[in-house]
Design a protein around this ligand. Structure first.
Ligand code: G6P
Length: 358
């Protein structure tokens, strides 16, 4: 059938979609350029964001995790106060809103009912909104005031991969274009990130071997990281849970000692993500702490650690854009863990690609 043709030689859509990420990133760069080749978004969007005194990102699942990275980009690059909310909670735990809020709905499908419910509510209150979505013409796309497309192409696997990095890329472009003195050469840095992504995608044997050695027999797995790496840990854990059914959690590495470290036993897998120079030493000392309690550690890191730690090395990308690339080894570790556990990778049990009930 047509879907088999689309999958080409890949055994699973998920693997195909992981591999597509460098191309998607380049397509995004091409789609968000003006006639002078500079990164650009429509002036209505730039004005709407500039007029707002606070941004409220609303999303579910993987899109929520991308929203956390988005908050960090918007606050650090453009100094725009940003909150991130889980759609299903927003309706009950509505935050106290600023005077001029602007809502950003992040959704691959543009159909998620929990997010649509929030949109209905904030429209009743008279507030403006942007949809960042992969599906042109989807409900959130039609019913928001402004739209930014992900240009990721159809995402078929239930577990989201290329839409996640596309969301981060689009948010980084938004952050840069609303800042008049953006010192960041975003276009070059995103292009570099695309090349680094390619290198990471070419390294599949490493992830396959690490997944076999550390993950496939385990009942649980922890991801630890600080700063933006913490957000990547949340997404990495979600990926592993969704497709391999291994219980996985992402933790802020500094919180380990306040409780989670009690769960570390002999051979408990811990994946440490370290992409930020300024916290690199702190997370490395957390690696030592969990190792001392028997943990089996894999590090995803921008620099070489001691020879005793199995490591996935990421080539340099700009420190603000590391979540774009560190997601890839995490996605592939989850993929191979699920593969060797004979799971239905593209259609995990109990999950749906788009959840249209609240
Ligand atoms: C479902 C999917 C997740 C996705 C979430 C939000 O639960 O299984 O992969 O992250 O919905 O979907 P959206 O289309 O709004 O990004």
């Amino acid at each position: 059938d047509a879907s088999d043709i689309e999958k080409g030689t890949y055994p699973h859509y998920m693997l195909k979609e992981i591999d597509e990420q460098p191309f998607v990133l380049r397509r995004i760069i091409a789609n968000y350029q003006d006639e002078n080749g500079k990164l650009a978004v429509s002036s209505e969007i730039v004005n709407a964001v500039k007029e707002a005194d606070r941004l409220y990102i609303v999303a579910c699942g993987t899109s929520y995790n991308a929203g956390l990275v988005g908050k960090s980009l918007l606050e650090n690059i453009s100094k725009k106060p940003t909150e991130v909310h889980i759609s299903s909670e927003f309706v009950y735990n509505t935050p106290i809103l600023s005077e001029k809020p602007l809502f950003i709905f992040i959704s691959q499908s543009g159909e998620t009912a929990d997010s649509r419910a929030v949109l209905v509510k904030i429209k009743e209150m008279g507030y403006p909104s942007i949809a960042i979505t992969n599906v042109k013409g989807a409900t959130l796309y039609r019913e928001t005031d402004y739209q930014m497309l992900l240009h990721a192409g159809p995402e078929i696997a239930v577990a989201s991969t290329k839409a996640y990095t596309a969301q981060i890329a689009v948010l980084s472009i938004l952050a840069c274009t609303i800042e008049d003195d953006c010192s960041f050469d975003m276009l070059n840095e995103l292009s570099r990130a695309a090349s680094v992504m390619e290198g990471l995608c070419d390294n599949k044997e490493l992830y396959e071997n690490l997944a076999k050695e550390y993950l496939i027999e385990s009942r649980n797995c922890f991801y630890i990281g600080r700063h933006v790496d913490y957000y990547t840990c949340l997404e990495a854990a979600l990926k592993l849970k969704e497709i391999s059914y291994i219980q996985a959690e992402g933790f802020a590495a500094g919180e380990l000692k306040h409780g989670t470290i009690a769960l570390i036993e002999d051979n408990t897998p811990v994946v440490a993500i370290i992409t930020q120079e300024k916290i690199n030493l702190n997370t490395r000392s957390n690696i030592k702490e969990v190792k001392a309690r028997g943990a089996a550690v894999i590090a995803i890191s921008m620099r070489r650690l001691s020879a005793e730690t199995d490591q996935i090395i990421i080539d340099d990308v700009h420190e603000k854009l590391t979540p774009l690339v560190s997601a890839i080894p995490a996605q592939l570790l989850a993929y191979y863990a699920a593969l060797y556990r004979d799971c239905d990778i593209d259609k995990p049990r109990n999950l749906a690609k788009s959840v249209t009930v609240e």
